[in-house]
Ligand binder design. Structure first.
Ligand code: MEV
Length: 438
């Protein structure tokens, strides 16, 4: 029987590995070998990775791929993508190539505002709270000036602090709803430090506010934390072209445009489809977010909340055909950083950012939005024409062959074979067994 362990974090890495493989795996020797195989032989590099998190026992690899030929605002980019799913990098590259010939992607920043909130309970007269808030606001900012001064020097800082009354939804619940400009930093630490300072000033000043009665003085701060919902930290990416340029044959070009528009229309009104449609977008978005050391969970949470902002979960992309021009675009809320966090620490992240020409946070927002749009274009293009499985299975073929333990020679033979035949999981297994038994 496995018993709980005390002081696991204090064990050495070797001891942690021994404990986990002995207690939780069937074959400790093999398990230990697997874990050790993923450790880096460069001790210093390994130490760096060990220290990113707690209780590290090895590294977990994802492939880093490149999708080249992205023309964004007339500048050419090769986009690094960290992702395990086959077809994603290939699809991005295909979409990049397609739009390269048609003038590429255009992007613009709609806003860069980030949000944080102090959530608190106040038992008393809202008007008195409003008055107190107006009187204390300057002090809130002043007492946070040690935290904000460097950001302010660079042109960022606290943009606004609002008092919000939420008592209609939850009795006694109010917020300090704060907006920030954090420039090239994702800003989580900056925002959270500001909020905690606001909360402490606010609480202390309330205790000394003579117009408050005893209940009113006793403001209960529940928590102070940034929000990953950033609808005003928004970027647009789009592509457009005369509709006839979408295909060699003008008739099929119009048909294709109409089908793309229908596909988007379906995703706009049907949540089951919208979720998958947006998942495809996030294939591109997350892969760049990961490669550039940003927080994909924050982005995922914020993007999906944005997709549901009007009360129904809907498509993040849009498409139109007007006056003979086909247009396809996306608006994405993205709170990203190109300084701080992992950006200088993780050698691969540093390299990925270098490949992207060391973008500012605004530039990275634009690149990420393009990756999402390209991914959606490629997915819809396959879905409304050949179907997704054709391209997917071609890429998946290699994964299946690897799982089956095919040799390089067998892989070459079977890749050739499936150029002429439909690849499904069972047809690949059958062809592999057939080849082995010849
Ligand atoms: C697969 O990872 C993504 C797609 O399902 C997206 C879509 O259906 O639009 C192909």
């Amino acid at each position: 029987m496995i018993t709980p362990i005390e002081g696991f974090s204090k064990l050495t890495k070797e001891e942690k590995i021994d404990w986990i493989v002995t207690n939780y795996t069937h074959n400790p020797v093999t398990s230990k070998n697997i874990l050790n195989n993923y450790l880096n032989t460069d001790q210093e590099l390994q130490k760096l990775h060990d220290e990113f998190i707690e209780n590290t026992i090895t590294n977990f690899y994802l492939p880093l791929g490149i999708a080249p030929n992205f023309l964004i605002n007339d500048q050419l980019f090769a986009i690094p993508m960290a992702i395990e799913e086959s077809s994603v990098v290939a699809a991005a590259s295909k979409a990049a190539k397609f739009w390269f010939k048609l003038g590429g992607f255009k992007t613009s920043i709609i806003g860069t505002e980030k949000i944080g909130q102090v959530h608190f309970m106040y038992h008393g007269d809202p008007e008195k709270l409003e008055k107190f808030f107006n009187e204390v606001q300057e002090k809130l900012l002043k007492e946070a000036s040690d935290i904000t001064k460097n950001m302010e020097k660079r042109g960022g800082g606290v943009l606004k602090i609002e008092l919000r009354n939420k008592t209609e939804k939850l009795p006694n619940y109010f917020q300090l709803h704060c907006t920030f400009e954090t420039l090239d930093a994702m800003g989580a630490n900056f925002i959270n430090s500001c909020l905690e300072q606001f909360a402490s000033t606010f609480k202390r000043e309330a205790l000394n506010y003579s117009a408050f009665n005893e209940d009113e003085k006793n403001i209960e701060v529940v928590m102070s934390i940034l929000s990953n919902y950033v609808p005003n930290c928004l970027v647009r990416a789009e592509v457009s072209c005369p509709v006839e340029k979408l295909s060699k044959d003008p008739k099929s070009a119009v048909e294709f445009a109409q089908k793309m528009i229908q596909a988007v229309a379906i995703a706009k009104i049907e949540p089951h489809r919208a979720v998958t449609h947006n998942k495809g977008i996030m294939n591109g978005v997350d892969a760049v977010i990961l490669a550039t050391g940003n927080d994909f969970r924050a982005v995922e949470a914020g993007v999906h909340a944005y997709a549901a902002k009007d009360g129904n979960y809907t498509s993040l992309t849009d498409a139109s055909l007007e006056n003979g021009i086909f247009k396809f675009w996306i608006d994405l809320p993205l709170a990203l950083g190109t300084v701080g966090g992992l950006t200088k620490l993780h050698p691969l992240v540093k390299l990925a950012l270098e490949v992207l020409q060391n973008p500012s946070a605004k530039e990275l927002m634009q690149i990420v939005a393009v990756a999402g749009l390209a991914q959606n274009f490629a997915a819809l293009r396959s879905l409304v024409t050949t179907g997704i499985q054709e391209g997917h299975m071609k890429m998946h073929l290699l994964n299946i062959l690897n799982q089956l333990g095919a040799t390089d020679q067998e892989k070459t033979t079977l890749t050739q074979h499936f150029k002429k035949h439909t690849a499904t999981h069972s047809s690949v297994v059958a062809a592999f067994e057939n080849l082995r038994n010849q």
